[in-house]
Design a protein around this ligand. Structure first.
Ligand code: ARG
Ligand code: ZN
Length: 887
């Protein structure tokens, strides 16, 4: 197989750019089939650079029309153009380059660089899209000032936007017009953006902390102005939050968000002109669910916060991606938590975030694509916008805050900006700011950046009645990952508490230190094994370990079922209260899974399960707890999370076991569940606030349990909710209940839903994804849905809603024993590869864990991977994923 590892880019190969770019002037003549870009760059030799070669990169798709240096055309002998590199050897100290390129935006299905979506122009330049627009030192450590002239037909493209401030606009005669934009801040090329087309906006003026005023705009296609309010509110909240929590202000007079229906990722933080997937902008109660509302708030926050953590201070090279992404995810998580406000609301947010980490990042860290938070090499940088860089990166940032305290963390942030505003820096620079601002040695903490894999922390406890001493011994290890056989100990903050027999927190007095006795302490584990001693403990306590999930590790401790039930009922740390329930559920589900595999009766397979269900009943009926907390407590670990707990994954057995427990729970708690549905019905106008969303969440979890009974009562209940729903949260939950049952009205409901929402692309995505992940959907059904008139492989949201939902969210059907799911997967990866390599490579990741499946499945998965690996014209993106999977 072709595995050209010589193509790999290595972190250790970093060198400074030869030339720096002072200013960039771009002139665009926009046309879907023939756009012309005239670039004028002023360059100056970098004293720290090595050669006097000007090195520019340009994509294959670029046509070089003209090249001039210092006013004169460059002869063909004065430069070299090969392998996407334009090199001008022995250039003068200062140079003005004029480059004209020709582009075909309409033919650009990769959605990188300049492309057309529904007749309008958009750009996506991170990470390496600018090279599809012009030849440029397209690397984040080259920061320049941009001036952008946009010219286009006025009728077709009435709106012309770019970064920064609008300087001038006017008519050009001949039906065309222009707009001139200037960005006052230096920026790397990946933050360049333009938008042109038929768009309308909601706008507001917003007062900033220092007395200035900014113009805020949310741009959408005509007909969507009734869906921008929540994004606008979220933007204003983000601005206020960053002022208050971090003292960071909006540095522009104008801040724009634009929604586009064709987009590879979630959104992009282009300076002053954020471009968003419509999914993270458009909302009203008719089309958006509570989680859509929450996601919009989080992503609007995320992109806004990048203005400081990403744009003002950016990355030296793409290996440092987590410097901005991990930090900005941490900031958006904190923002969302603060927006909820209550302690238990914060805990639910934390639980949601940890669920994502376990569901997606832990498997990544245990699979063939495992990489450190700061990777050492890559073939294609787009493959490294991963849950490790983002979510684990955020956990790493969170650990600074856990170790240094909120104030200490803030001091570190202040110093980081003081030192590095306007620079392109590294993860080491961030760590140094945290350490220096707090006078702490964080040398060992570096291993969180350099070592991949999820560490395991094993706890062992010993109580000595005579001395009243309680000992906790913590030991750490980390499994090998590709290219890293052995690991050194991490610096791990382990937050703990001890519960007495009444479930109260005990004061924690370290041996020999009576100075303070908090009830929660952060133990700093830095060695392979360490023992911590607590004195004055009267009676053996139950330990509450890794409170609030204080580190991204797997914590092992031999809890008894009784200990866990006790923690579930009493732990003052809501995260661990939830966690105890998940541990118990996992235990029972794994026992049931084994019984399924061995064809033993399930009734006797998990003896403690009845008691567990009683604990859930207590939580369900405990109205002192927030509805949102009760919802997450009642949700069983997903099939994906359970799969990671098994040495050999058996998707059918996991599914059967989980379904068995869901039905048993529904039967046992039937009356309580019906009551929960009634008690948590929301009345009055829809509001997405956390309390109302929590009620709907609990009600819908209860409804979907009842739907498992698949009897006339449950059919009637779900049907009634479907018919009466006045918001998408209730509507889609009811539809899910119907689709997964044998209710007589299900086909009709699906059809009505389609007809009613035919014009709402984001809702039709839900319609596809709901069917793709339904238990009744098999491979032939997905193939049939692919032929539906509304299906479109070129639109990433649509492709994800059907193909990804089936391959990633319907494990029992995707892993059909005949391998038909894998054949389907291979076909789709190959088809997408020709259209959009980034989306194809994401789908390719579905097979990451193939070696963990039972032998027959693993063989079939390997065959499918090989089929993809041997397909012609494979992109670097897909090639990297499948070769690493097969390696
Ligand atoms: N910086 C963006 C964000 O996280 C992600 C852009 C990634 N785009 C890409 N093509 N890899 O907010
Ligand atoms: Zn980001």
């Amino acid at each position: 197989m072709r595995t050209d590892t010589t193509l790999a880019i290595r972190r250790s190969d970093y060198t400074e750019p030869n030339y720096l770019v002072e200013t960039v002037e771009l002139g665009f003549d926009l046309d879907p089939t023939d756009t012309r870009v005239a670039a004028r760059l002023t360059l100056r030799h970098n004293p720290d650079g090595r050669a006097n070669d000007i090195v520019l990169v340009g994509d294959d798709s670029l046509e070089l029309v003209q090249l001039r240096m210092n006013g004169k055309p460059l002869s063909r002998r004065a430069y070299r153009l090969a392998d996407n590199e334009l090199r001008i050897p022995n250039a003068p100290e200062e140079a003005v380059l004029e480059i004209e390129t020709a582009l075909k935006p309409e033919a650009n299905t990769s959605l990188m660089g300049l492309y057309v979506s529904n007749g309008n122009f958009f750009t996506q330049c991170e990470a390496e899209g600018f090279r599809k627009i012009t030849f440029f030192p397209d690397r984040p450590d080259v920061m320049a000032k941009y001036k952008v002239m946009l010219r286009a037909n006025r009728e077709q493209y009435p709106v012309l936007l770019s970064n920064g401030n609008l300087i001038e606009e006017g008519d050009l005669g001949d039906g065309r017009h222009y707009a001139l934009w200037e960005d006052p801040f230096r920026k790397p090329s990946y933050l360049f953006a333009l938008v042109a087309g038929k768009l309308v906006c909601q706008e507001e003026r917003c007062a900033l902390a220092d007395g200035r005023e900014a113009l805020l705009q949310v741009w959408v296609e005509e007909g969507n102005l009734d869906k921008t309010q929540h994004a606008m509110e979220s933007l204003k909240n983000s601005i206020r939050w960053d002022e208050e929590r971090f003292g960071l202000e909006l540095d522009l007079d104008r801040f724009m968000i634009v929604a586009v229906g064709d987009f590879n990722m979630g959104a992009m933080e282009n300076k002053g002109l954020n471009i968003f997937n419509t999914k993270y902008v458009l909302a009203n109660p008719r089309i958006a669910t509570d989680s859509d509302y929450a996601n919009i708030e989080a992503v609007v926050g995320h992109e806004y916060f990048h203005n400081w953590t990403g744009n003002r201070v950016t990355c030296r090279d793409w290996f440092q991606l987590s410097l901005k992404e991990g930090l900005t995810v941490f900031r958006d998580q904190e923002f969302s938590a603060d927006m909820v406000g209550t302690d238990s609301g914060r805990a639910v947010k934390r639980i949601d975030d940890v669920r994502v980490l376990r569901q997606a990042q832990f498997p990544e860290d245990a699979g063939p694509m495992a990489h450190p938070v700061r990777p050492d090499s890559y073939l294609e940088i787009n493959n490294f916008y991963t849950v490790t860089i983002y979510e684990k990166g955020s956990e790493v940032v969170r650990m600074y805050q856990t170790l240094l305290g909120r104030e200490g963390f803030r001091k570190g942030m202040d110093l980081y900006f003081e030192r590095h505003d306007g620079q392109a820096v590294t993860c080491d620079d961030f760590r140094a700011a945290m350490a220096d601002a707090n006078g702490r040695d964080l040398t060992q903490f570096e291993r969180w950046y350099s070592q991949a894999g999820t560490p395991r922390v094993r706890a062992e406890t010993r109580y000595d009645d005579a001395s009243r001493i309680y000992e906790i011994t913590l030991s750490q290890s980390c499994p090998p990952t590709p290219g890293q056989k052995t690991k050194l100990p991490f610096h791990i903050p382990v937050k703990i508490g001890l519960l007495d027999a009444q479930g109260r927190d005990l004061p924690l007095v370290f041996e020999g230190d009576l100075s303070e006795a908090p009830t929660t302490r952060v133990l700093e584990l830095t060695e392979a094994s360490q023992t911590f001693r607590f004195t004055g403990i009267f009676g053996e306590p139950v330990p509450s370990l890794l409170r609030d999930f204080s580190a991204p590790v797997i914590l092992e401790y031999d809890y008894s079922d009784d200990d866990l039930a006790f923690l579930m009922a009493h732990d003052s740390d809501p995260f661990n209260r939830w966690e105890a329930g998940q541990r118990l559920a996992t235990r029972h589900l794994l026992a049931l899974t084994r019984a399924v595999q061995e064809s033993r009766p399930l009734e006797e397979a998990a003896p403690g399960v009845a008691t567990f269900i009683e604990s859930l009943r207590a939580i369900l009926n405990d109205t002192t707890l927030d509805a949102a907390f009760r919802e997450v407590a009642l949700t069983l670990p997903s099939e994906g999370v359970l799969a990671e707990e098994m040495d050999v994954i058996d998707p059918q057995a996991i599914h059967a076991a989980r379904q068995y427990l869901r039905r048993m729970l529904a039967r046992t708690l039937r009356n309580d569940l019906v009551a929960a549905c009634n008690l948590n019905a929301t009345t009055g106008a829809y509001s997405p606030d956390a309390a109302s969303a929590g009620k709907r969440g609990l009600k819908n979890v209860a409804l979907l349990y009842l739907a498992e009974l698949d009897d006339t009562d449950s059919h009637a209940m779900t049907q009634a909710q479907y018919d009466r729903a006045d918001n998408m949260t209730d509507r889609i939950a009811a539809l899910m209940g119907l689709v997964n049952s044998s209710a007589p009205g299900k086909a009709d409901a699906l059809e009505r839903f389609y007809t009613e929402f035919e014009g709402e692309a984001l809702v039709i995505d839900k319609w596809f994804s709901l069917q793709a992940s339904a238990r009744t959907t098999h491979v032939p059904d997905v193939r049939r849905l692919m032929k539906h008139e509304a299906f479109n492989l070129k639109n990433p949201n649509r492709a994800r809603s059907l193909i990804f939902s089936f391959c990633n969210a319907n494990p029992a059907r995707f892993h059909a024993p005949d391998g038909s799911g894998y054949e389907y997967w291979a076909e789709q990866v190959i088809a997408l590869n020709a259209i959009n390599p980034q989306v194809a490579a994401r789908l390719a990741r579905t097979m990451d864990r193939w070696r963990k499946y039972d032998r027959l499945l693993a063989q079939l998965m390997k065959k499918a991977l090989q089929r993809v690996a041997e397909a012609p014209k494979l992109s670097k993106d897909v090639l990297e994923v499948v070769t690493k999977a097969l390696a």
